[in-house]
Design a binder for this molecule. Structure first.
Ligand code: FDA
Length: 402
């Protein structure tokens, strides 16, 4: 007979945002919960998020801001536990917050306040938290999940996979969720890094010399586009607009960049009439950081070589040449050689297939008592608080069913 103190209603693996939320709510609903993490402290990604201030939700949260093989999957959880619900919790804990931009809510103080809040909610639910704990020999028999923790064996009717995805391994991230899910026969949608900088190959090495230069752009991949800042790095491209579009990018695709968002077609020809003596580079320098303007003008000169000399005054350039310049600036084609990978990816796209789970409870359809929540699941949000909102909402949804 198992001793009573090793028997729980639910064992939750992973004390990140999703696991902490799920444990707290299930505990407060009267469930006996054991929350395990192999790290020495809970919520490490929360602590470093948002530059240490945690972008904990986004007031524009909506299912169409999430990527998943099933775009409808996230609707139920996001609809039942909203950004407003999490904000109410933050306010109940008297954590001061502000909206930074685009609906992104941050702590005024520190991300530590969010972890402290979730820990206090777990305390209210009498959750037993075990850190530095690596679960082994996980099995399922006679309606009970069983696993070893050092010399101890623990059992529960429900097991929740909340161990996240493999992005940023140095923070303790692993592919454990996928291994475990696979061991129970659940399918995995191929995981790949998302919200991640691009690397540029030798043919675009010129742009790597712009490391540190930032500018407002529209980044496009297929039909999707984001208008935000881009940042050139010594490896390639980063910044919010680039991170956003990286989630939609597949190897071999090009990224279109509009360097002058808001400029109407024909603006350069109109500028020629207004300032015929101006040089193209000075026109670009008035709108873009100097080093970028110089690089773009240099590249354009190479592209149009033989047709025109771009160092001449605008008056000496044909409308046709100026239209070509304009089109290039509005849809500059970058050919990323790859991404900076899981080491630099804020999140993982793909994961435990939503086809395996109930969208209402996050329970595995084919393994009674097994649940998966948070980033481990094939639901990935935009940059800007959307991923934590998914962690809270999916954790909350599972907790209602435990
Ligand atoms: P999460 O990864 O947070 O937690 C999983 C837990 O499982 C970890 O505590 C880990 O130690 C544990 N674990 C893993 N393997 C284990 C094993 N084998 N055994 C036991 N435990 C194990 N999102 C957002 O909305 N706003 C933001 O500001 C940011 N900022 C941000 C910055 C950076 C640098 C990163 C890397 C990510 C973000 N994100 C973000 C994304 C956000 O951090 C992410 O979506 C959530 O943390 C996912 O929460 P989960 O609880 O699902 O996984």
């Amino acid at each position: 007979m198992p001793s009573p103190n090793s028997h729980y209603d639910a064992i939750i693996l992973g004390a990140g945002g999703a696991g902490l939320m799920c444990a707290a709510i299930a505990g407060q609903r009267g469930r006996r919960v054991l929350l395990l993490d192999h790290a020495a402290e809970p919520g490490r990604k929360i602590l470093i998020s948002g530059g240490g201030r945690c972008n904990f939700t986004n007031i524009h949260t909506a299912p169409d801001r999430y990527l998943s093989a099933n775009p409808h999957f996230a609707k139920s959880a996001l609809g039942r536990y909203s950004a407003a619900d999490f904000l109410a919790l933050v306010e109940r804990h008297r954590i001061a917050w502000h909206e930074k931009t685009l609906g992104q809510l941050f702590c005024d103080g520190s991300a530590r306040q969010i972890v402290a809040m979730l820990m206090s909610e777990c305390d209210q639910g009498h959750v037993e938290l075990r850190l530095d704990a690596s679960p082994r020999d996980i099995s399922h028999c006679d309606g009970l999940f069983q696993l070893s923790l050092g010399t101890r064996t623990v059992r529960a009717a429900a097991l929740v996979i909340a161990t996240g995805g493999p992005s940023i391994p140095k923070l303790g991230a692993t592919g454990f969720a996928y291994e475990l899910a696979r061991s129970f026969g659940l399918k995995i949608v191929e995981p790949r890094p998302a919200l991640v900088p691009f690397t540029l190959g030798p043919q675009e090495a010129l742009f790597r010399d712009l490391s540190g230069v930032a500018t407002d752009i529209i980044a496009r991949c297929g039909k999707t586009g984001f208008r935000e800042a881009a940042l050139f790095t010594h490896k390639g491209l980063s910044g919010p607009a680039i991170l956003q579009i990286s989630s939609y990018w597949r190897h071999g695709q090009t990224i279109g960049v509009d360097f002058l968002p808001g400029h109407e077609p024909g603006w350069l020809c109109r500028t020629k009439r207004e300032k015929p003596r101006a040089a193209l580079q000075s026109i670009l320098s008035a709108r873009l950081p100097d080093r970028l303007a110089e690089t773009l003008a240099g590249r354009l000169a190479q592209t149009l070589e033989g047709q025109t000399d771009l160092t001449r005054e605008l008056a000496n350039l044909s409308d046709k040449a100026l239209t070509t310049v304009e089109q290039n600036l509005a849809d500059w084609q970058f050919h990323p050689s790859g991404t900076e990978g899981f080491a630099k990816a804020e999140v993982t796209i793909g994961g435990i297939s939503t086809a395996e789970l109930s969208s209402r409870t996050m329970a595995a359809k084919r393994v009674p008592g097994l649940y998966a929540i948070g980033e481990a699941v094939d639901v990935t949000g935009w940059l800007g608080g959307y991923n934590f909102q998914w962690a809270w909402a999916s954790g909350w949804a599972a907790a209602q069913a435990l």
